[in-house]
Design a protein around this ligand. Structure first.
Ligand SMILES: [Zn+2]
Ligand SMILES: [Zn+2]
Length: 762
């Protein structure tokens, strides 16, 4: 930042400061957002009153002209007052105060009285339902402060009817609201609002019956205003009533008479199914809610998952041909709506059926790639790791978990603490997965349930299915054979097996079956299958399944450099003189190069300049204004003669060739063909960039975005710990960066130690 500030202070560029501002707190943010000097005062107000009341107090002061210039009109003061008020309640972190309010105007009722009108634009959405409606409360408050009359609905045309028609058209054609509201509520609100709710059109859909109205200037739907009405004033009426009480506002009692809104998709089940129904072509559904074989809910978090970031096994990405990748946005049915995908390889991997009929559980990514071509069907997708915090944050109901490793370890720990605190043999299994023989022995000797690694979905089969698998055609501890008709049941259970002329279980699977089912044949009664098996075998068998989570792809991962189309090195306009590649070098060969840019001139050299200081003589340059009517060159941006604003840019000759040569010499960089500019500038003042910037960008293989920044849109995803081996950073380098100890407080010596990542490296 200091380097950039130093560079800017040389005045070679068109501005002397770094444009993005740094704000320290809410007060500072709001002050800088609106370029008004209120931060000190607001800070004091916030200390005593909290943000809600401070917003009201300050907006009233602004409306009464405390922070405006003498000549500011009442309309300008009110406009600023409403925006600043909204900025305070939204904590200055949304664009709503700047872009969500199109304009605030004083208009006349039919009886000639003045009233206040607030015009809402689409970006008001970023403020959220309640806050967008609070905008109207603030507007009403400042209206009273300056003594304007109330808005009188329907005094020219049927405005209430217009809102009803418009809202229904919007719902049908343009977009969804959070709530469904009644016509009578719309009429009730519009006819009682003390301030006019107006808006700019947002979508190309027109009303049919209420066109060409006196006060509503557009026949199209006004999405921003409708949203304030639907999701704000009516949808959040209850919350608003509390605010009104807090603000001590009168004249809003009618809000309590609303019939109220129905949240669309009110019951959980419906909302989930609906989400799954809103499938878009090309965005796959990976898993359906509550269906066996879908992603099994696994609670917890890994170092790369967390809030709205869930873990799935990396094998899934391989066998699904990278339909999903790290950073893919997915829609899930519980607990929240969306999440980002991260890979976690310590959770349950998928189980698949191969083309030859065999069923296998994939061990790891390498194994997955090897057998990928042979896969016929994925029987079980394995786990999806979701943190408890996500359930808490979304206020979602917790679903019982399947029996997972974490349970097993805790049960072992408990036994250890109780009976064998120093047992070396048992303690090792707190760290590593026991072999099958070890697991069976532990279960029998210590009455701990069977380890989850050797557990099948016993809770998903019926007792009659259990009796079918109790009848093998061949049986011993190392191999069990079945007729083909039990294959479906084994697939449900998730038991790996081979298929020839019959179904064969071998090794671990045979051993598990033998120990659970055949050593001591179960007595089938009306208990659940896991209970039946537990009783007969003496090995406690728990439920493996939890719920399955519905998952579909929301938006593919799209981290990439933010570029213009086509990519551009420098924001300098050359119209069509650079050919299809918009090459500045090509354009510079034109003898008479003209371009439409900002009127900055060096008086000394009598030449156009890009920077504040002339690149030739170093003198400060000045800006010329030209009246678009009388063509006169002026010193100020207003033509007194024609009473209109003068333009700051014009079509003018520019010594591009010379400037380009100078810039190359100055930077010691040579422009390569094509050195890409733009056709024309679209900013208000048409201020071009210094050519040097483009040279530096091209030299580093970078391009610019339309705001003159070199940007990369990254996926937002958490990480809390890492291993040096994952990131390929030598331990020595890490020590230089300040990493000295691992998560257990041991000095870093091995690249496989887990280290907590520091804030500045996230
Ligand atoms: Zn000069
Ligand atoms: Zn003029």
């Amino acid at each position: 930042f200091e380097k950039a500030a130093e560079a800017k202070s040389t005045l070679v560029d068109s501005s002397g400061i770094i444009e993005p501002k740094i704000a320290f707190d809410l007060a500072d943010r709001v002050a800088k957002m609106h370029e008004i000097d209120i931060s000190e005062h607001l800070r004091e107000l916030l200390k005593i009153n909290g943000k809600e009341l401070s917003a009201l107090i300050l907006s009233k002061e602004i409306a009464l002209g405390k922070y405006s210039l003498e000549e500011a009109s009442l309309e300008e003061k009110l406009d600023l007052a409403v925006r600043v008020g909204l900025a305070i309640v939204t904590e200055g972190v949304t664009i709503a105060p700047l872009q969500g309010i199109s304009e605030v105007k004083i208009k006349k009722n039919k009886d000639g009285s003045d009233y206040l009108s607030v015009s809402i634009a689409g970006p008001m959405r970023s403020a959220g339902g309640t806050e967008s409606a609070v905008t109207m409360l603030i507007a009403d408050h400042v209206r009273k402060a300056v003594g304007l009359s109330k808005y009188q609905a329907d005094s020219f045309d049927d405005e209430t009817g217009r809102f009803v028609e418009e809202l229904r058209i919007y719902e049908r054609e343009a977009g969804n609201f959070q709530f469904h509201i009644l016509d009578e509520d719309i009429i009730h609100v519009i006819s009682n609002l003390p301030v006019e709710l107006d808006g700019v059109d947002t979508d190309p859909y027109e009303v049919v019956n209420h066109k060409g109205m006196t006060r509503i200037k557009t026949d199209r739907v006004r999405g921003g205003a409708l949203r304030v009405l639907n999701d704000g004033l009516i949808g959040r009426a209850k919350k608003l009533l509390k605010r009104i009480q807090l603000y001590n506002l009168d004249g809003w009692e009618w809000l309590a008479d609303l019939k109220g809104a129905v949240q669309t998709g009110d019951d959980q089940e419906d909302a989930a199914t609906k989400r799954m129904r809103e499938v878009i072509t090309g965005r796959s559904v990976l898993s359906m809610p509550n269906k066996l074989g879908g992603f099994r809910l696994r609670y917890g978090r890994a170092c790369n998952t967390g809030f709205a970031a869930v873990g799935i096994h990396p094998i899934i990405a391989e066998i699904l041909d990278h339909t999903i990748a790290v950073g893919t946005q997915i829609k899930i049915d519980i607990p929240g709506k969306g999440a980002t995908v991260a890979f976690v390889d310590s959770i349950e991997p998928p189980t698949v059926r191969l083309k030859n009929g065999s069923v296998i559980k994939i061990r790891d990514v390498k194994h997955g790639i090897e057998i990928k071509k042979e896969i016929e069907k994925i029987l079980h997708l394995g786990d999806i790791l979701i943190s408890f915090g996500d359930f808490l944050e979304n206020n979602a109901q917790l679903v019982p978990s399947g029996y997972v490793e974490e349970f097993w370890i805790e049960e072992l720990r408990e036994k250890l603490a109780k009976y064998e605190p120093n047992d070396q043999y048992l303690s090792q299994f707190l760290e590593r997965i026991p072999s099958l023989d070890e697991a069976l022995k532990i279960s029998l000797d210590f009455q701990i349930p069977l380890h989850p690694s050797y557990l099948y979905f016993w809770d998903q089969i019926t007792t009659s299915e259990l009796s079918e698998i109790l009848q093998p055609t061949k049986l011993n501890e190392n191999s069990i054979e079945y007729p083909k008709n039990v294959k479906k049941i084994l697939e449900k259970l998730g038991v790996p097996h081979l298929q020839n002329n019959s179904i064969i279980l071998e090794e671990n699977e045979a051993k598990i079956f033998f120990n659970l089912l055949f050593r001591n044949p179960p007595k089938i009664d009306d208990k659940s299958v896991p209970k039946i098996i537990s009783e007969s075998s003496g090995i406690s068998v728990k439920n493996k399944s939890s719920t399955s989570i519905g998952v579909r792809i929301g938006r593919p991962e799209k981290a990439a450099a933010r570029q213009m189309k086509p990519p551009t090195h420098v924001l300098f306009p050359i119209s069509d003189k650079g050919g299809p590649t918009r090459d500045l070098l090509k354009a510079s060969r034109h003898a008479n190069f003209f371009t439409n840019i900002f009127n900055r001139q060096c008086q000394h050299c009598n030449e156009p300049s890009i920077g504040i200081k002339c690149s030739k003589c170093g003198e400060k340059t000045s800006i010329k204004y030209q009246c678009s009517n009388c063509r006169e060159i002026l010193e100020s941006p207003f033509c007194e003669k024609c009473k209109r604003k003068a333009s700051t840019h014009s079509y003018q000759p520019f010594p591009l060739k010379e400037r380009l040569l100078n810039a190359q010499e100055k930077m010691g960089l040579r422009a390569q063909e094509p050195f890409k500019g733009v056709k024309e500038l679209i900013s208000q003042d048409r201020i071009p960039e210094p050519l040097e910037k483009g040279l530096v960008r091209q030299n580093f293989g970078l391009t610019t975005f339309k705001d003159g920044t070199v940007r990369f849109d990254a996926t937002n995803s958490p990480i809390t710990q890492f291993k040096p081996s994952w990131i390929g950073t030598p331990i020595e380098k890490l020590k230089e960066l300040g990493y000295t100890h691992d998560i257990d407080g041991k000095p870093i010596v091995d690249e496989n130690q887990i280290i907590e990542i520091r804030m500045q490296d996230v």
